[in-house]
Design a protein around this ligand. Structure first.
Ligand code: PMP
Length: 323
């Protein structure tokens, strides 16, 4: 779908994936005016297909659009584009149990113009790809590296938006984590470099021995994850207390050592829920619990995956059938 100043959104179309022809002066290539989303279409137990909370992706997409001075897209258009693509691609959808189709809606400044101001032309596209296991190792628990040289987002910046620029800035710290033998990087806050924010592509939860769960608050520097939001709802239904409050790297290490911290898990669309088993930084390493997935991590994961796959009742209306 295209957007032009004056005309608004027009020319919705669907077709085979092919290269885009762009003028070398296209604004996005110079000023990174680009946002995206990530969501999955699942094959349900009864064989039909469904999207998980696509309206939340549509809402977050428009929040990102506002932060990047881009036009908003009507939520129903965003959802309709995703549904249409899944219908069109359904023949290639992996029939394997556990398979899913990853959808990548995105928008970029397509106006050929050099100069720092919001563009006057945009393109919104959705592409799709079958998704397998997020972590190559398929590990039941991941190992993470605490970045001490880099931060992901500063107050007042674009941390809460899902824009390509944020991910460009996280490539070096993520590569550092991989080089050191870990799966993901964990970012700390920009001001004090002590408060835990999130992983490169996932939000974090800390399970304490008194039945409470801590997760870093959304303060504009963390991506408001849809999986995070869903897990908060599910955990509260289980009678657990969720506290959205700051948790420091020192507390994390001390609580893991004393046994006050039972589990840590990370969540996101790609990996759903994953236990964090090992944490390493310049100051040393520590293990969480047994180093493998804990009870609550497993329980919440099973419940959420069950809802997504249609084997657990969807009491919240989160699952939107494609047909
Ligand atoms: N944080 C970051 C930086 C991410 O890229 C993602 C993945 N979109 C998440 C958190 C998790 O968000 P969601 O649950 O909506 O996938």
């Amino acid at each position: 779908i295209d957007w032009d100043e004056g005309t608004g959104w027009h020319d919705a179309r669907i077709g085979p994936r092919e290269p885009l022809a762009l003028d070398p002066a296209t604004a996005v290539l110079h000023y990174a005016q680009e946002i995206f989303e990530g969501l999955k279409a699942y094959r349900l137990a009864d064989g039909s297909m469904a999207l998980f909370r696509p309206e939340e992706n549509a809402r977050r997409f428009n929040q990102s659009a506002r932060r990047l001075a881009m036009p908003e897209l009507p939520e129903e258009t965003f959802i309709a584009a995703c549904l249409e693509l899944v219908k069109t691609d359904r023949d290639w959808f992996p029939s394997l149990a556990g398979g899913s189709l990853y959808l990548r809606p995105f928008m970029f400044a397509s106006e050929p113009f050099l100069g720092v101001r919001p563009a006057k032309q945009y393109k919104f596209l959705v592409i799709a790809s079958p998704a397998g296991n997020y972590f190559k190792s398929g590990a039941p628990a991941v190992s993470i590296w605490v970045s001490s040289d880099y931060t992901r987002a500063a107050p007042g910046g674009t941390g809460a938006a899902k824009c390509g620029g944020n991910y460009a800035a996280s490539l070096v710290p993520q590569a550092e984590a991989i080089e050191r033998g870990h799966d993901q990087v964990v970012f700390l806050d920009a001001a004090e470099h002590k408060w835990i924010e999130e992983l490169g592509g996932m939000n974090l939860f800390f399970v304490m021995d008194d039945g409470t769960i801590i997760t870093p608050p959304l303060g504009g520097t963390i991506l408001p994850g849809i999986t995070r939001n869903s897990l908060i709802t599910l955990a509260r239904e289980e009678g657990l207390t969720i506290r959205e409050e700051r948790y420091s790297i020192d507390q994390w290490r001390d609580d893991a050592a004393s046994g006050r911290l039972l589990e840590t898990f990370a969540c996101g669309t790609a990996a759903v829920v994953t236990a964090v088993g090992r944490v390493a930084s310049r100051d040393g390493e520590f293990t969480i619990g047994s180093g493998g997935p804990g009870q609550l991590t497993t329980k919440l994961r099973e419940k959420l995956v069950g809802i997504q796959r249609g084997t657990v009742e969807d009491t919240h209306g989160w699952v939107q059938r494609v047909d």
